[in-house]
Design a binder for this molecule. Structure first.
Ligand code: ZN
Length: 202
């Protein structure tokens, strides 16, 4: 018997959690630059970020053309994204900060939705990414977010650039920038996904 998955939550249809998906209205804009290998991973957490935050998220596959498109779009918007990336791996010429600078407000935040190795390679290969301002997240502050401290999503934890999965990173930033209720909603929803995804009855 073939298994049928819900296209919206990516769980088995019998375990669909779409009815429990919160509507999260965030003031932030996100760009997820996704490595092609992430495309078909059912547990890719960037997918769920887009489902939760809707039109505020642009999710683009990484390739040379996408890089060109994003650079062009950023030029048209007049708004370069701010890249979330560890400063010790950023190029020397990049402007890096541990904190969110006031001048960054209204600019989209960009995450490389990829494993750690892939993300570093994407960054090395792209002069455009290297030209972006970098917010090096103080990830040790994660413990200040109770929902994150308890969060059990460990699938690719050790490989991601920030030491978190993409959805954890987005929730962490959302919390840091004051939208604490949305951060909590996102994590609760994803915990639900993870729990049902690990259900041994599948
Ligand atoms: Zn569903």
């Amino acid at each position: 018997m073939s298994l049928h998955y819900c296209p919206d939550c990516r769980l088995l249809v019998s375990h669909c959690i779409c009815a429990q998906r919160p509507s999260c209205v965030t003031g932030m804009h996100w760009r997820l630059l996704m490595h092609p290998n992430e495309a078909n991973k059912r547990n890719n957490s960037g997918f769920h970020v887009q489902r939760l935050l809707g039109a505020k998220v642009r999710r683009v596959y990484w390739d040379r053309r996408a890089q060109q498109e994003m650079a062009t779009q950023a030029a048209l918007d007049g708004q370069q994204p701010v890249l979330l990336f560890p400063k010790h791996f950023a190029v020397e010429s990049a402007i890096c900060s541990d904190s969110y600078l006031g001048e960054w407000s209204n600019r989209p935040l960009m995450i490389l939705d990829a494993t750690w190795q892939q993300a570093r390679k994407m960054y090395r290969q792209s002069s455009w990414l290297q030209s972006l301002d970098v917010w090096s997240l103080p990830i040790e502050q994660k413990q200040a977010v109770p929902e994150l401290a308890d969060f059990q999503y460990r699938l690719r934890k050790n490989q991601a650039t920030t030491g978190c999965s993409t959805i954890e990173t987005v929730a962490f930033v959302t919390h840091l920038l004051g939208e604490t209720a949305i951060a909590e909603q996102m994590l609760n929803y994803f915990e639900l996904f993870q729990r049902d995804d690990n259900d041994p009855s599948h």
